[in-house]
Structures are given as structure tokens and as C-alpha cells.
Design a protein around this ligand. Structure first.
Ligand SMILES: [Zn+2]
Length: 436
């Protein structure tokens, strides 16, 4: 698998040359130039005052659409220092995502005017090649979506036929249900598969797929709700000159491109100001209106409405989990409680294990009471037997419940039974299912 080797080559090669060229052309001290910072810790202080690192008064604002702040970055660059780097860079806003999401929440809390959060599905660094096979990733994303607000899901890495695996499918579904943008580090094939799953998806194609301008053009032509970031590539604007093929593409699709640093290692957070300066240099070679669109207007037009719409859904998303009925969920009511539940996968078949996610909301006199426990089981009323296994039910951080290990071992009529202990009494709710 050489996709990642390709990126490493870029780390060592193209951007370094691009940054060095820029630095030389601008007569800057090389101490703060991006790639050197990775090798010389002394150069990492975010207060390094070079002309490029200062907030350029009147300079073109930049929306950096590709920032990560993962768990191993916090000690290297503290939250306040990251915000300081963003402000020095003259960033108008940034799309931020982080492995385990905590870093994104830290930056958002520190600078809500600057940060637009995206939910990265990874909990730790190193999951980017395995996540699509790991059902826990879907659960992690569901848990975070229940607790926080976002504009997007991503950046995730997904190639070819992997896009049709159950976990990526669930992500596409969650993005659709929550009206979130998908930030996909993908090849054209995976992008096509995402659009086949959800023709209404809004996809931000990370790095424009590291693809050639003619292939990027073909994909943009086919999909009106596809955008591309130019993060971590430099051939479109090396040396402050826009490459002719890219210039044609930018003119043909003026509202689809945006820029980004891609801080995929902690040290790269120090490059944010250099990247902004480098972007301004090549954008200056375009007509002003087009440069402004690519610099910030396109990103803002795509991401800000998504962020504001999600944020408007309230700061306490779990206050009444039964008030919302996400697609694929069902609500059951008794006198004393409501349950909103869905199965994972959505389609349950004989012989395949599945999970149930349920929110329990006491009603009537019990409204607001604590749900002490929930048992979930399934029986065949006509056969007077249950399942062969006892499902495990646990409470999730967002207050909902998750039952694992359910399996219908034969076709026919099954009853799903929910038994909730609400304060001092028991609520029994059930639903019949035909299973084939
Ligand atoms: Zn990235």
C-alpha cells in the first residue's frame, strides 16, 4: 500500500521546495520555514516573529480547511499556541478535526469564532488503515454526534471498494441524517461510491484526491455537491505562479476549491502561518475575485451554514433524546415511557448478529426520572423461546443504551422486549418484527 508513502514523499519533497522557494523569494529567515521546524525543535516556538508569521493587516483572509489537532499534539503545541498560530496566520476560520475529537473540542472552546469542528472517526493515531473494518468506529461517531455539534464528518481515509463496507456506509448515513459534510481523503472511485450511497451527499475531497487536474475536473463535472481542498499539494501554485491546467480548472469551477495546511503531524501546526503566506503568494496570480473565493469564500459558503444549522439544534443534544427521530429509528410509547431505538445494521437478517441502540424517556408522572437499567431481549411468541444468547446492554456516555450480541437464529415472528427500571417501577415495551 503506497498511498501513504506518496504522502511521505511529499513531506520530504515538494512542499519543502515550495516553502524554501517562497521563503527565499520573500527574503525571509529560514528559521521559521515549515519543514525545518520538524527537525529543529528550537524553531518551533509559535511566537517566532517573521513577516510571514505576523497577522498581515489587510492581507487576504484565509480559511484553512484542513487542520488536525490529535491527542499526541497537545503536549507539542498547547491549545493557546495553536490559536495564536492561527491568528498570526490571518486565518478567518479553520476546519478542525482530531483523532479522538478531544483536540477539536479544546480548540473550539478556546476560539469559537475561528474553529469549525469536524468529527474525525479515529480514536487514536494509526487507525486510518483499519477503521473501515471496525464497528466500534461507527459507535464512536454516534456517541460523539450525540454529545457535540459539528459541520462535517472527517477527515477520513477511504479508497475504492472499501467505501461500500458497512462502517463507511454508516458514516455516510450519519452525515445524511445530521446534514453534515463528508471530508474524504479518497480516490475518485471511493468518491463515486459515496455519491452512489447518497446522491445528495456533500463531499469535501481532501487534497483533491492528489489527482491530476483533468481527473479532478471530470469528477467536479459529474457531482455538483463535490468540493476539493488543495491541502498538502503545491504543484498548482509553486513559486507563486498558478499552473496553466489548474488555472483553467479554477476558472471553470470557481466555487469548488479551498486551501488547507493539513497538520497531520503535531509539528506541522507551526506551518499554519507559512502555509497561509504561501497560499496568498499563488492566489495573487489569480483574478482577485477568484482568489478570494478559493482563499475563504468557498469554504465558508460550504461549512458555515452546516455548522450553524447543527449548532442551532441546541447545546444539550441529549436533553430529550426521544424528541428527535433520526432516519431509521422507531419510537414506542407506553404510559410511563417512550423508547426511540434502531438496529445496527439497519437491516436485520436471520443468523447475523446485530446491535440495538435505544434511548429511554420516562413520561407522565415519571417524566425526568432516572432510568436505572435497561434490559433488551427477543423472543418468538409462537414458539415460546428466546434467543440462544443473552445480549449485553451498556449505557453509553450520551445516556443512550446499547445492546450487543443479538441474533435471530430462525426466521419468523420475533418480539423485541425492552424492560426499563425507572425510579421505583418497571416499564415494559415491545415491538414485533418479521424476520426472514
Ligand atoms: Zn488530513
Amino acid at each position: 500500500m503506497n498511498r501513504h508513502t506518496g504522502i511521505d514523499d511529499l513531506v520530504r519533497g515538494v512542499p519543502r521546495r515550495a516553502f524554501l522557494r517562497l521563503a527565499c523569494a520573500a527574503g525571509l529567515a529560514l528559521a521559521a520555514a515549515g519543514p525545518l521546524a520538524a527537525q529543529t525543535p528550537a524553531a518551533q516556538t509559535p511566537t517566532a516573529q517573521t513577516p510571514a508569521a505576523q497577522a498581515p493587516g489587510g492581507a487576504l483572509p484565509i480559511f484553512d480547511a484542513h487542520i488536525h489537532y490529535s491527542h499526541d499534539a497537545w503536549d507539542v503545541v498547547p491549545t493557546a499556541a495553536v490559536i495564536a498560530l492561527m491568528r498570526q496566520a490571518g486565518l478567518r476560520r479553520a476546519l478542525v478535526s482530531s483523532s479522538d475529537d478531544e483536540g477539536t473540542q479544546r480548540l473550539l472552546a478556546a476560539a469559537p469564532d475561528l474553529v469549525i469542528p469536524s468529527l474525525r472517526p479515529y480514536r487514536r493515531r494509526g487507525e486510518l488503515q483499519t477503521w473501515m473494518h471496525d464497528p466500534d468506529v461507527a459507535r464512536h461517531v454516534e456517541d460523539r454526534l450525540a454529545r457535540h455539534r459539528y459541520a462535517a464528518i472527517g477527515e477520513f481515509h477511504l479508497y475504492g471498494a472499501d467505501a461500500d463496507l458497512p462502517v463507511p456506509r454508516r458514516l455516510v448515513q450519519l452525515a445524511r441524517d445530521n446534514r453534515l459534510v463528508l471530508h474524504a481523503h479518497s480516490d475518485a472511485d471511493a468518491v463515486e461510491r459515496i455519491f452512489r450511497q447518497d446522491p445528495g451527499a456533500r463531499v469535501l475531497w481532501a487534497h483533491a484526491g492528489f489527482d491530476r487536474p483533468e481527473n479532478v475536473r471530470a469528477l467536479l463535472q459529474r457531482h455538483r455537491t463535490l468540493w476539493a481542498d488543495l491541502a498538502f499539494r503545491s504543484e498548482h501554485g509553486a513559486g507563486g505562479r498558478v499552473d496553466p491546467a489548474w488555472r483553467e480548472l479554477f476558472a471553470a469551477f470557481p466555487d469548488r476549491f479551498m486551501v488547507g495546511t493539513d497538520t497531520f503531524t503535531p509539528e506541522r501546526l507551526h506551518y499554519i502561518p507559512e502555509h497561509a503566506a504561501w497560499s496568498r503568494a499563488w492566489l495573487a496570480d489569480l483574478p482577485a475575485a477568484l482568489a478570494e473565493r478559493i482563499a475563504w469564500r468557498n469554504a465558508e459558503a460550504l461549512l458555515l451554514p452546516a455548522w450553524e444549522a447543527n449548532r442551532a439544534r441546541g447545546d444539550t443534544p441529549t436533553a430529550d433524546p426521544c424528541a428527535q427521530l433520526p432516519a431509521g429509528s422507531e419510537r414506542i410509547d407506553s404510559d410511563g415511557a417512550a423508547i426511540v431505538w434502531h438496529t445496527e445494521p439497519a437491516q436485520v437478517t436471520v443468523g447475523s448478529p446485530f446491535a440495538i441502540v435505544a434511548a429511554v424517556c420516562p413520561l407522565g408522572q415519571a417524566k425526568g426520572a432516572e432510568v436505572r437499567s435497561l434490559a433488551i431481549d427477543a423472543t418468538m411468541p409462537e414458539h415460546r423461546h428466546g434467543m440462544n444468547y443473552v445480549p449485553q446492554v451498556r449505557r453509553m456516555p450520551d445516556g443512550r443504551w446499547r445492546a450487543e450480541g443479538l441474533l435471530f437464529h430462525m426466521p419468523g415472528r420475533w418480539a423485541i422486549v425492552f424492560e426499563a427500571q425507572v425510579d421505583g417501577h418497571r416499564e415494559l415495551l415491545s415491538r414485533l418484527l418479521m424476520v426472514r
